[in-house]
Design a protein around this ligand. Sequence first.
Ligand code: C5P
Length: 232
Amino acid sequence: MSGAALGLLVAAGAGERLGVGVAKAFVEVAGQPLLAHAARALASAERIDALVVVVAGEDVERAGKALAEAGVQVRAVVQGGVERHESVARGLEALGADDSVVAVHDAARPLATSALVSRTVGALVDPWAAVAPALPVVDTLKLADDAGRVIRTVDRRGVWAVQTPQVFPVDVLRSAHARIDARGLTDDLALVERAGGRVRLVEGEHTNVKVTYPDDLELVAALLAARAGGQR
Ligand code: C5P
Protein backbone atom coordinates (compact mmCIF):
# COMPACT_ATOMS: atom_id res chain seq x y z
CA MET A 1 0.00 0.00 0.00
CA SER A 2 2.56 2.55 1.07
CA GLY A 3 5.61 3.87 -0.68
CA ALA A 4 6.15 6.85 1.56
CA ALA A 5 4.37 8.72 4.30
CA LEU A 6 3.83 12.18 5.67
CA GLY A 7 5.48 12.45 9.08
CA LEU A 8 3.23 14.00 11.73
CA LEU A 9 5.28 14.96 14.78
CA VAL A 10 3.24 15.72 17.89
CA ALA A 11 5.05 18.01 20.32
CA ALA A 12 2.28 20.00 22.03
CA GLY A 13 2.46 18.30 25.45
CA ALA A 14 3.48 20.22 28.55
CA GLY A 15 5.62 17.37 29.84
CA GLU A 16 4.71 17.99 33.47
CA ARG A 17 6.26 14.73 34.69
CA LEU A 18 9.61 16.01 33.49
CA GLY A 19 9.33 18.87 35.99
CA VAL A 20 11.80 21.20 34.28
CA GLY A 21 9.47 24.18 33.76
CA VAL A 22 10.00 24.17 29.99
CA ALA A 23 7.68 22.51 27.45
CA LYS A 24 9.12 19.03 26.91
CA ALA A 25 9.70 19.56 23.20
CA PHE A 26 12.05 22.45 23.97
CA VAL A 27 14.17 20.74 26.59
CA GLU A 28 17.71 20.66 25.21
CA VAL A 29 19.80 17.54 24.97
CA ALA A 30 23.22 17.62 23.30
CA GLY A 31 22.68 21.27 22.41
CA GLN A 32 19.35 20.88 20.61
CA PRO A 33 15.71 20.67 21.69
CA LEU A 34 14.03 17.25 21.78
CA LEU A 35 11.76 18.55 19.02
CA ALA A 36 14.71 18.97 16.64
CA HIS A 37 16.15 15.53 17.44
CA ALA A 38 12.77 13.85 16.89
CA ALA A 39 12.04 15.83 13.72
CA ARG A 40 15.43 14.93 12.28
CA ALA A 41 14.93 11.29 13.17
CA LEU A 42 11.63 11.24 11.30
CA ALA A 43 12.65 13.41 8.34
CA SER A 44 15.84 11.47 7.66
CA ALA A 45 13.92 8.27 6.93
CA GLU A 46 13.82 7.37 3.26
CA ARG A 47 10.11 6.65 3.43
CA ILE A 48 9.13 10.03 4.88
CA ASP A 49 8.18 12.66 2.27
CA ALA A 50 7.58 15.73 4.41
CA LEU A 51 6.87 16.77 7.99
CA VAL A 52 4.00 18.50 9.75
CA VAL A 53 4.82 19.47 13.33
CA VAL A 54 2.23 20.14 16.04
CA VAL A 55 3.17 22.33 19.02
CA ALA A 56 1.36 24.38 21.67
CA GLY A 57 -0.12 27.64 20.33
CA GLU A 58 2.45 29.87 21.99
CA ASP A 59 5.33 27.80 20.58
CA VAL A 60 4.52 27.82 16.85
CA GLU A 61 7.05 30.53 15.97
CA ARG A 62 9.72 29.23 18.33
CA ALA A 63 9.37 25.72 16.90
CA GLY A 64 9.72 26.98 13.33
CA LYS A 65 12.95 28.75 14.29
CA ALA A 66 14.37 25.80 16.21
CA LEU A 67 13.69 23.45 13.30
CA ALA A 68 15.23 25.85 10.77
CA GLU A 69 18.32 26.21 12.99
CA ALA A 70 18.58 22.44 13.18
CA GLY A 71 18.36 22.26 9.38
CA VAL A 72 15.11 20.27 9.35
CA GLN A 73 12.64 21.23 6.63
CA VAL A 74 8.97 21.13 7.55
CA ARG A 75 5.85 21.68 5.50
CA ALA A 76 3.95 23.30 8.36
CA VAL A 77 4.02 23.94 12.09
CA VAL A 78 0.49 23.96 13.51
CA GLN A 79 -1.15 24.50 16.88
CA GLY A 80 -2.11 21.44 18.94
CA GLY A 81 -4.81 20.80 21.53
CA VAL A 82 -5.16 20.01 25.22
CA GLU A 83 -4.99 16.22 24.79
CA ARG A 84 -2.66 14.27 22.54
CA HIS A 85 -5.54 13.02 20.35
CA GLU A 86 -6.62 16.63 19.74
CA SER A 87 -3.10 17.50 18.63
CA VAL A 88 -3.09 14.57 16.20
CA ALA A 89 -6.52 15.62 14.87
CA ARG A 90 -5.26 19.20 14.31
CA GLY A 91 -2.23 17.84 12.49
CA LEU A 92 -4.43 15.67 10.27
CA GLU A 93 -6.34 18.81 9.24
CA ALA A 94 -3.07 20.23 7.88
CA LEU A 95 -2.50 17.26 5.55
CA GLY A 96 -3.04 17.67 1.81
CA ALA A 97 -5.17 15.67 -0.63
CA ASP A 98 -2.03 13.90 -1.89
CA ASP A 99 -1.08 12.55 1.52
CA SER A 100 -2.32 8.98 1.65
CA VAL A 101 -0.21 7.56 4.50
CA VAL A 102 0.73 9.23 7.78
CA ALA A 103 3.37 8.29 10.35
CA VAL A 104 2.46 9.82 13.73
CA HIS A 105 5.52 10.22 15.94
CA ASP A 106 5.94 11.58 19.48
CA ALA A 107 8.52 14.35 19.90
CA ALA A 108 9.16 12.64 23.24
CA ARG A 109 10.95 9.86 21.27
CA PRO A 110 14.03 11.58 19.83
CA LEU A 111 16.03 8.43 19.05
CA ALA A 112 13.91 6.45 16.58
CA THR A 113 16.25 5.42 13.77
CA SER A 114 15.50 6.09 10.13
CA ALA A 115 15.61 2.32 9.60
CA LEU A 116 12.84 1.81 12.17
CA VAL A 117 10.72 4.56 10.62
CA SER A 118 11.08 3.18 7.10
CA ARG A 119 10.50 -0.41 8.24
CA THR A 120 7.29 0.61 10.01
CA VAL A 121 6.00 2.59 7.02
CA GLY A 122 6.90 -0.29 4.71
CA ALA A 123 4.90 -2.76 6.82
CA LEU A 124 1.62 -0.96 6.12
CA VAL A 125 0.23 -3.27 3.46
CA ASP A 126 -3.23 -4.78 2.95
CA PRO A 127 -5.12 -5.80 5.08
CA TRP A 128 -3.59 -3.73 7.87
CA ALA A 129 -5.18 -0.48 9.02
CA ALA A 130 -2.27 0.48 11.27
CA VAL A 131 1.31 -0.54 12.05
CA ALA A 132 3.47 0.37 15.04
CA PRO A 133 6.79 -0.75 16.51
CA ALA A 134 6.63 -2.55 19.85
CA LEU A 135 8.73 -4.70 22.15
CA PRO A 136 7.66 -7.57 24.39
CA VAL A 137 7.41 -6.48 28.03
CA VAL A 138 10.35 -7.91 29.98
CA ASP A 139 9.50 -6.78 33.52
CA THR A 140 7.20 -8.81 35.73
CA LEU A 141 3.84 -7.05 35.87
CA LYS A 142 1.79 -6.47 39.04
CA LEU A 143 -1.65 -5.00 39.45
CA ALA A 144 -1.61 -2.85 42.60
CA ASP A 145 -3.72 -0.19 44.32
CA ASP A 146 -2.69 3.42 44.95
CA ALA A 147 -1.06 2.44 48.27
CA GLY A 148 1.22 -0.04 46.50
CA ARG A 149 -0.65 -3.13 47.75
CA VAL A 150 -0.31 -5.86 45.19
CA ILE A 151 -3.60 -7.29 44.01
CA ARG A 152 -2.17 -9.86 41.67
CA THR A 153 0.55 -10.68 39.17
CA VAL A 154 -0.34 -10.06 35.54
CA ASP A 155 0.67 -12.66 32.97
CA ARG A 156 3.12 -10.83 30.68
CA ARG A 157 3.00 -13.39 27.88
CA GLY A 158 1.76 -11.66 24.75
CA VAL A 159 2.05 -8.19 26.32
CA TRP A 160 3.88 -5.58 24.23
CA ALA A 161 5.05 -2.05 24.96
CA VAL A 162 4.11 0.07 21.97
CA GLN A 163 6.24 2.88 20.53
CA THR A 164 5.91 5.45 17.78
CA PRO A 165 5.95 6.13 14.83
CA GLN A 166 2.48 4.69 14.25
CA VAL A 167 1.55 4.44 10.60
CA PHE A 168 -1.93 4.62 9.03
CA PRO A 169 -3.72 5.30 5.78
CA VAL A 170 -4.77 8.93 6.27
CA ASP A 171 -8.47 8.20 5.61
CA VAL A 172 -8.46 5.39 8.22
CA LEU A 173 -6.98 7.61 10.92
CA ARG A 174 -9.21 10.58 10.03
CA SER A 175 -12.32 8.45 10.18
CA ALA A 176 -11.26 6.82 13.50
CA HIS A 177 -10.71 10.29 15.00
CA ALA A 178 -14.13 11.41 13.76
CA ARG A 179 -16.03 8.33 14.99
CA ILE A 180 -14.37 7.18 18.21
CA ASP A 181 -14.39 8.84 21.62
CA ALA A 182 -10.67 9.19 22.29
CA ARG A 183 -10.89 10.20 25.95
CA GLY A 184 -8.58 8.02 28.02
CA LEU A 185 -6.87 6.49 24.99
CA THR A 186 -3.13 7.15 24.91
CA ASP A 187 -2.30 6.34 21.31
CA ASP A 188 -3.77 6.31 17.82
CA LEU A 189 -3.61 2.55 17.44
CA ALA A 190 -6.25 2.30 20.18
CA LEU A 191 -8.59 4.49 18.15
CA VAL A 192 -8.18 2.35 15.07
CA GLU A 193 -8.62 -0.83 17.12
CA ARG A 194 -11.90 0.53 18.52
CA ALA A 195 -13.00 1.44 15.02
CA GLY A 196 -12.51 -2.22 14.05
CA GLY A 197 -9.29 -1.82 12.04
CA ARG A 198 -6.64 -4.55 11.94
CA VAL A 199 -3.52 -3.41 13.74
CA ARG A 200 -0.07 -4.92 13.33
CA LEU A 201 3.05 -4.67 15.46
CA VAL A 202 6.59 -4.77 14.09
CA GLU A 203 9.77 -5.06 16.12
CA GLY A 204 10.63 -1.82 17.92
CA GLU A 205 13.97 -0.58 19.18
CA HIS A 206 15.25 -0.62 22.77
CA THR A 207 16.87 2.75 22.14
CA ASN A 208 13.58 4.32 20.95
CA VAL A 209 12.95 5.51 24.50
CA LYS A 210 10.20 7.92 25.49
CA VAL A 211 11.34 10.92 27.52
CA THR A 212 8.98 11.17 30.48
CA TYR A 213 11.07 11.62 33.64
CA PRO A 214 14.31 13.61 34.22
CA ASP A 215 16.45 10.45 34.19
CA ASP A 216 15.28 9.76 30.66
CA LEU A 217 17.09 12.91 29.52
CA GLU A 218 20.38 11.54 30.81
CA LEU A 219 19.74 8.29 29.00
CA VAL A 220 19.00 10.12 25.73
CA ALA A 221 22.11 12.29 26.14
CA ALA A 222 24.25 9.19 26.69
CA LEU A 223 22.76 7.40 23.68
CA LEU A 224 23.24 10.46 21.46
CA ALA A 225 26.86 10.72 22.60
CA ALA A 226 27.37 7.03 21.87
CA ARG A 227 25.89 7.49 18.38
CA ALA A 228 28.06 10.54 17.74
CA GLY A 229 31.02 8.41 18.75
CA GLY A 230 29.88 5.69 16.36
CA GLN A 231 29.12 3.16 19.07
CA ARG A 232 25.37 2.72 18.37
O1 C5P B 1 2.52 13.34 27.56
P1 C5P B 1 3.16 12.28 26.75
O2 C5P B 1 4.64 12.20 26.94
O3 C5P B 1 2.48 10.96 26.83
O4 C5P B 1 2.94 12.77 25.25
C1 C5P B 1 3.33 12.00 24.14
C2 C5P B 1 3.53 12.92 22.95
O5 C5P B 1 2.31 13.57 22.62
C3 C5P B 1 4.57 14.01 23.23
O6 C5P B 1 5.43 14.13 22.12
C4 C5P B 1 3.71 15.24 23.43
O7 C5P B 1 4.33 16.47 23.06
C5 C5P B 1 2.51 14.97 22.54
N1 C5P B 1 1.30 15.67 23.01
C6 C5P B 1 0.71 16.61 22.17
N2 C5P B 1 -0.39 17.30 22.61
C7 C5P B 1 -0.87 17.12 23.84
C8 C5P B 1 -0.28 16.15 24.70
C9 C5P B 1 0.82 15.44 24.26
O8 C5P B 1 1.17 16.81 21.04
N3 C5P B 1 -1.92 17.84 24.23
